[in-house]
Design a protein around this ligand. Structure first.
Ligand code: 5GP
Length: 368
């Protein structure tokens, strides 16, 4: 999460995705305009980054120019005046490609288009990196766009919020909520289930246990449950996409939630990326990965003790217990590393009375 002036923004579109979209867009321009000697016109300020990336990929003769649309309040207080500044070239008879950073309602591009049309260009093509197609309400055809986005306020990759954020190499969207989303980890016997229950009550969070979500969907034969079962029945792993869609449905069931505790997911980096994307699509993010830390010997002791009464065969055998703990650390190490890079990993001492451990967890959670 980043802060620009008074507002918080969360990651929304990764640089790699933007670059791939520009690759595609430039490929089309290369195909369509190879013999045209087009004049690329960049609309300042926002388009500077997109402009240079497109130009680096255009392999034929071309020329460049930049314009600025300054809008200012006219003498009549409510009258908006748009003035095109900076176009010094003679554009009559030329193929023009306008490169915009973003097209929203289309007001700006309409003014631009009309102004250029009056200058008798032979062809005007419009290319934009981001396109809010849901809110675009003009007739002008958008010839090329990089990425369609929903109606959100974004910054980065040339786009600003009151002057800041243009230098960011990925795109962020305005954080829409103050949700606290935790990814909860703990080795077998660490008391994760107990703490999840307490934290859920204390912070009014929704506990999403992936195992429970699977069982619920399969039992109720939901579309996703049936799909998941078809893989399980064949002895195959359920694809991440199916799991993430189930989690998404779970998140959508709780639109007023203060946040979620994710339990049993993610298990891989790819899943962590997907969870990030899921939450980003809701204007939110993973706040923290919280892992209960308990010494192996204490865990073994606790589980053997539990095995005496629980009747769980996997709690009765020390070899099995040690292997389960090892599997946990092997799996968790990747995610610990992942969230540590984002400064979101918090290890919490899981030895002590239930209340003491909750207090330690709360010290982390209260930061958000
Ligand atoms: P229009 O509604 O005329 O298509 O868009 C007007 C202008 O508003 C754009 O050229 C851009 O400068 C700004 N704009 C629209 N949407 C966004 C957004 O999500 N983020 C930022 N930073 N600017 C935007």
């Amino acid at each position: 999460m980043i802060k620009l002036h008074d507002l918080h923004f969360v990651p929304f579109i990764a640089e790699s995705k933007i670059t791939a979209a520009i690759d595609d867009l430039a490929k089309q321009l290369n195909q369509d305009l190879k013999d045209e000697n087009p004049l690329f016109i960049g609309v300042l300020n926002g388009a500077f980054m997109f402009f240079s990336e497109v130009l680096k990929r255009f392999n034929h003769d071309c020329e460049v120019s930049f314009i600025k649309l300054s809008s200012y309040q006219g003498t009549q207080s409510t009258h908006q005046v748009n003035e095109l500044i900076g176009l010094n070239e003679d554009v009559s008879g030329r193929t023009i490609v306008v490169l915009e950073d973003i097209i929203d309602t289309g007001n700006t591009i309409e003014v631009l288009y009309e102004t250029l049309k009056n200058k008798e260009c032979s062809d005007i093509k419009i290319a934009t990196l981001f396109f809010k197609s849901e809110v675009y309400n003009k007739q002008i055809h958008i010839d090329y766009f990089g990425i369609e986005i929903p109606n959100r306020f974004i910054v980065g990759y040339g786009l600003d919020y009151n002057g800041l954020g243009r230098n960011l190499t990925e795109v962020y969207q305005l954080k829409r909520s103050n949700m606290t989303n935790l990814v909860l980890f703990g080795p077998p016997g660490a008391g994760k289930g107990t703490q999840a229950e307490v934290l859920k009550q204390k912070y009014n969070l929704i506990h999403i246990s992936t195992g429970d979500v699977f069982r619920y969907n399969i039992k109720n034969a939901t579309e996703l449950g049936t799909l998941a079962k078809s893989y399980i029945d064949k002895g195959q792993l359920v694809p991440d996409e199916v799991t993430i869609n189930m989690l998404n449905a779970e998140v959508d069931k709780n639109p007023e939630a203060k946040g979620f505790i994710f339990d049993g997911f993610p298990r891989t980096e790819a899943q962590a990326d997907s969870l990030g994307d899921l939450l980003a699509s809701k204007g939110s993010e993973v706040s923290a990965m919280v892992a209960l830390e308990v010494d192996d010997e204490v865990l073994v002791e606790r589980l053997l003790e539990r095995g005496k009464t629980s009747g769980r065969p996997d709690d009765a055998d020390e070899g099995v217990i040690r292997n389960r703990i090892k599997v946990y650390y092997d799996e968790t190490a990747i995610l610990k590393n992942y969230y540590q890079k984002e400064e979101k990993y918090f290890g919490v001492d899981g030895v002590g009375a239930i209340g003491e451990i909750t207090d330690r967890l709360s010290q982390v959670i209260d930061k958000f």
